[in-house]
Design a protein around this ligand. Structure first.
Ligand SMILES: Nc1ncnc2c1ncn2[C@@H]1O[C@H](COP(=O)(O)OP(=O)(O)OP(=O)(O)O)[C@@H](O)[C@H]1O
Length: 321
């Protein structure tokens, strides 16, 4: 995982990352691999260690052990060169309520020593436009809805060009309208090669906006990959109807699958869990046919991502919204 070839393809990589608070292990030997250009959902129930991981990744808290690389650079050693490429929204932005959205962004931009003053006005205008707040640019922030404040927080993260955006629960506490606004904004940020790392306790949210996800449970990573990979592993099931059941079982075993024995199936039926995500149904069908297995039926039943998460996290997931 730490070879330079692999790191170059990853925006974020953690290796054995561990964070303890006294005797409590909040993050336990975490190996995250976030590909460049992905919208990566960091999913897990409340208290599973997401915020702590993000704080350690961005150098806001120290790791107990393990390492973090952002764009292949070891953190926190390279914080100064890496952070200007990273926009972050953590634990709700703090704005002056009596200033307008635009004035708040001006103030925050002034505090960023990498941000050129000459382009400030243009960049503030563009960031507000990007999050759909141009019409409210001169309104005082105390008149903003929660969703508007959250979008202003994202605009703040976008004041400078960013290769990576890290958003911690950006829809937390928003009403349905604000939630929709922020979700569609997050989706639109992913263009142009920017990697978006977004934490959420809502599975449905991750399904709507992400290309990849990692699932946390009590500080440990229990799965990660593309959403398709996560759907495929484990719960997907293949049922075949064939007069050549014994030969079919032999082919499946050769492919590394574990077909249920004849006693578990009806005559002429072979079924197997599809627990090798890299093995596609079309390849299995081709292998069966190549070995002379005559197929009458071939059915792949995909488990839902929701089933998968309940299985992985061992608890009912908050799936509504
Ligand atoms: N500063 C701290 N001191 C002691 N314990 C902490 C501290 N920060 C976090 N924890 C504990 O670490 C665990 C993980 O918390 P964390 O906030 O990272 O989870 P989370 O997945 O982000 O959950 P949430 O969505 O509720 O923020 C929790 O049990 C929490 O109580």
């Amino acid at each position: 995982m730490n070879g330079s070839g692999t790191s170059a393809a990853l925006a974020i990589e953690t290796s054995g990352l561990t964070k303890r608070f006294g005797r409590q292990t909040a993050v336990d030997s975490l190996d995250l691999a976030v590909p460049h250009g992905s919208v990566f959902g960091f999913l897990g129930p409340n208290g599973s260690g997401k915020t702590t991981t993000i704080r350690v990744m961005l150098g806001l808290a120290g790791a107990t052990s393990g390492s973090v690389r952002i764009f292949g650079q070891e953190m926190p050693g390279h914080l100064r060169s890496v952070l200007p490429q990273v926009g972050a929204l953590i634990e709700g932005p703090a704005f002056y309520p009596f200033l307008s959205g635009a004035s708040n962004l001006h103030r925050l931009d002034t505090a960023d020593r990498h941000a050129p003053a000459a382009t400030r006005r243009r960049r503030v205008g563009e960031a507000l436009e990007r999050v759909g707040l141009t019409h409210a640019a001169n309104k005082k922030v105390r008149a903003y809805s929660l969703g508007m404040k959250q979008r202003l927080g994202i605009a703040n993260a976008l004041l400078m060009p960013r290769q990576l955006l890290v958003l911690d629960e950006p829809t937390n506490g928003l009403d349905p309208q604000g939630t929709r606004e922020v979700r569609s904004l997050v989706r639109s940020l992913a263009g142009g090669g920017t990697t978006v790392f977004v934490s959420s306790h809502l599975l449905s949210e991750v399904e709507q906006i992400c290309s990849h996800a990692a699932v946390m449970r009590a500080g440990k990573l229990v799965a990660q990959g593309t959403l398709d990979e996560l759907r495929r592993v484990g719960l997907t099931h293949l049922s075949i109807q064939t007069p050549d059941a014994e030969a079919a079982r032999a082919v499946l075993r050769r492919l590394g699958l574990e077909p249920e024995g004849p006693e578990a199936a009806l005559d002429g039926q072979v079924s197997t869990p599809m627990n090798r995500p890299e093995l596609l149904p079309e390849d299995i069908a081709a292998a069966l046919v190549a070995d002379g297995v005559r197929l009458r039926g071939f059915v792949v039943e995909a488990g839902s991502l929701e089933d998968r998460y309940v299985e992985l996290t061992g608890e009912g997931f908050d799936v509504v919204q």
